[in-house]
Design a protein around this ligand. Structure first.
Ligand code: NZQ
Ligand code: ZN
Length: 389
C-alpha cells in the first residue's frame, strides 16, 4: 500500500433481528420535524412501515412523508421532495427502503437548503454542499448498494438521459446511523436479491481491479468476494436462509463503505457503462452491471493480466499449474460467468430494453474514468455495448 489517505466513517450501524428498536436511542437526538421517505409500497406490505411509524409516534415526532421514490430516483422526484421537506421545516430525514430511497434521501439532505439547482450544482458541476445538510438515518430493506454507509447518491435525469452518482466528500452527507435487519430483506423477490448480490460483487471488483502495489485492501476484497460467492449460492437455493442473507447484508456494507478503496485508484468503468445503460432503459441497477461486465473485463484483461490471474486463483480457485497466465485469467472470468448464469442474472442489455439504436447515445452518456487498467476509447465503449446487447 503506497498511497496516503484519510479514513473516517461516521455512520453508526445497528445490525441484526429487531435492530429497528434502536430508533429509540437515535430519534431523541434529532428535531421534531421528521420526513419519512420510502419507495413504492413494499414497506407497507411487509409491515416495516408500521414499525417505523410506531416508533416515530412514540417519540412525539411531527412526521411528513415522501412516498413513491422509484428505483433509479429522478431529479423531478427530488424537486418534489424538496418542496415537501421545506414546507415541513424538516430537521431530520428517515429513509426506509433500498439504495434508491437511501440515495434519494441523501440527495434531499443536501438540497433542502440549497439556494441554486441541486441537479446543476451537485450532479452536473460535482460541487460539494455549501448549505446546511440535514441529518439522515436509514432503515435498509434491500441489500446491494452500500448506500447505508457511504456518501453516494445517484440521481437520474430522464430528459437528458444522464444517470449520475455523486459521492460527496463531506462526511455530513453520510447517514448518521443505519438499521440493518437481515430479516427485512427476506421479502425481496429473487430478481432483486440476485441483482443486489451482483451489485455487491461489482463494487468489490471496481476497487480490486486497479493498481499493481501490494495492498491490504485487495486481500480484504478477496475475502469479501469469497464470502459473497459462498452465501450467494446458499441464498439462491434457499432465499429464507437467514445466515446467508445476513452475511450478504454485511458484505454489501463493507463492499462500499470506503474501506477497501483506501490507497487504491479504483476503476468504476462497469458502473459508468451500467449507469449509461440505466439512463436509457431504467433497468434494475445490478442487472445493467451484469450485462456489461464480461465484455468489459474480457477487453481489459490483457492490460491488467497479473490481477486477473490473482483473481482467478484466489477468488475462483483456478489451478494455474500447466497454464499460461492468459489461460488462467480467462478461466477465472469463465468461472465468474458460470456463477452469474447460475444465479439467473441478466447477461444481455437487450433483455433490459436496450436496442442497437441506443448504442451511440449510451456511449455519449458514459463517463470515461482513468483509475483502472485501461482507459477506454469511444470505439471500445461502443464495442462493449454492442457485445452486451
Ligand atoms: O419501491 P419499493 O416498493 O420499496 O420496492 C423496491 C424496489 O422496487 C423493492 N424492495 C426494496 N426492499 C424490499 C423490496 N421489495 C420487497 N421487500 C423488500 N424488503 O426493490 C426494488 C429495488 O429497490 P432499489 O432501492 O431501487 O434497489 P437498490 O438497493 O439496488 O438501489 C438502486 C439504486 O442505488 C444506486 C443505483 O444506481 C440505483 O439508483 N446506487 C447507489 C450507490 C451508492 N449510494 O453508493 C452505489 C450503487 O452502485 C448504485 O449505483
Ligand atoms: Zn452499484
Amino acid at each position: 500500500m503506497l498511497g496516503n489517505f484519510t479514513y473516517c466513517n461516521p455512520t453508526k450501524l445497528y445490525f441484526g433481528r429487531g435492530a429497528i428498536e434502536n430508533l429509540n436511542a437515535e430519534l431523541p437526538k434529532y428535531g421534531k420535524n421528521v420526513v419519512l421517505v420510502y419507495g413504492g409500497g413494499s414497506i407497507k406490505k411487509n409491515g416495516i412501515y408500521d414499525e417505523a411509524v410506531k416508533l416515530l409516534r412514540a417519540h412525539g415526532k411531527n412526521v411528513a412523508e415522501i412516498a413513491g421514490v422509484m428505483p433509479n430516483p429522478t431529479v423531478g422526484k427530488l424537486y418534489e421532495g424538496m418542496q415537501i421537506a421545506r414546507a415541513h421545516k424538516a430537521e431530520f430525514l428517515l429513509a426506509v427502503g433500498g439504495g434508491s430511497v437511501c440515495d434519494y434521501t441523501k440527495a434531499l439532505a443536501v438540497s433542502v437548503h440549497c439556494e441554486g439547482d441541486p441537479w446543476e450544482k451537485y450532479y452536473l458541476n460535482g460541487e460539494e454542499p455549501s448549505c446546511k445538510v440535514l441529518p439522515v438515518g436509514c432503515v435498509l430493506t434491500m441489500v446491494g448498494t452500500g448506500s447505508e454507509m457511504n456518501a453516494g447518491a445517484v440521481i437520474t435525469n430522464p430528459e437528458t438521459k444522464l444517470k449520475i452518482g455523486h459521492v460527496f466528500t463531506d462526511e455530513a452527507v453520510m447517514p448518521r446511523f443505519a438499521v440493518l435487519d437481515p430479516a427485512y430483506t427476506l421479502t425481496l423477490p429473487h430478481y432483486q436479491m440476485v441483482a443486489g448480490i451482483y451489485d455487491i460483487f461489482s463494487h468489490i471488483c471496481e476497487q480490486y481491479f486497479s493498481g499493481e502495489d501490494d495492498n491490504t485492501s485487495d486481500y480484504l476484497a478477496e475475502g469479501l468476494m469469497r464470502s459473497l460467492l459462498h452465501s450467494s449460492r446458499i441464498a439462491d437455493k434457499d432465499m429464507q436462509n437467514y445466515e446467508a442473507r445476513s452475511n450478504i447484508m454485511w458484505t454489501a456494507t463493507w463492499a462500499l463503505n470506503t474501506l477497501i478503496s483506501r490507497g487504491k485508484a479504483t476503476d468504476w468503468m462497469v458502473h459508468m457503462l451500467g449507469q449509461a445503460a440505466g439512463a436509457y432503459t431504467d433497468a434494475t441497477h445490478g442487472m445493467t452491471l451484469a450485462a456489461v461486465s464480461l465484455p468489459y473485463y474480457r477487453r481489459i484483461l490483457p492490460y491488467g493480466l497479473q490481477k486477473f490471474v490473482r483473481f482467478a486463483v484466489n477468488v475462483w480457485g483456478v489451478d494455474p499449474a500447466g497454464k499460461t497466465e492468459r489461460q488462467t485469467a480467462e478461466e477465472g472470468l469463465s468461472a465468474m460467468e458460470r456463477w452469474m448464469r447460475g444465479l439467473g442474472l441478466v447477461m444481455r442489455l437487450s433483455e433490459l430494453g436496450a436496442t442497437e439504436d441506443m448504442v451511440e447515445g449510451m456511449a455519449d452518456s458514459t463517463l470515461v474514468l482513468d483509475g483502472g487498467y485501461h482507459v477506454l476509447s469511444r470505439d471500445e465503449i461502443v464495442g462493449i455495448f454492442k457485445e452486451s446487447l
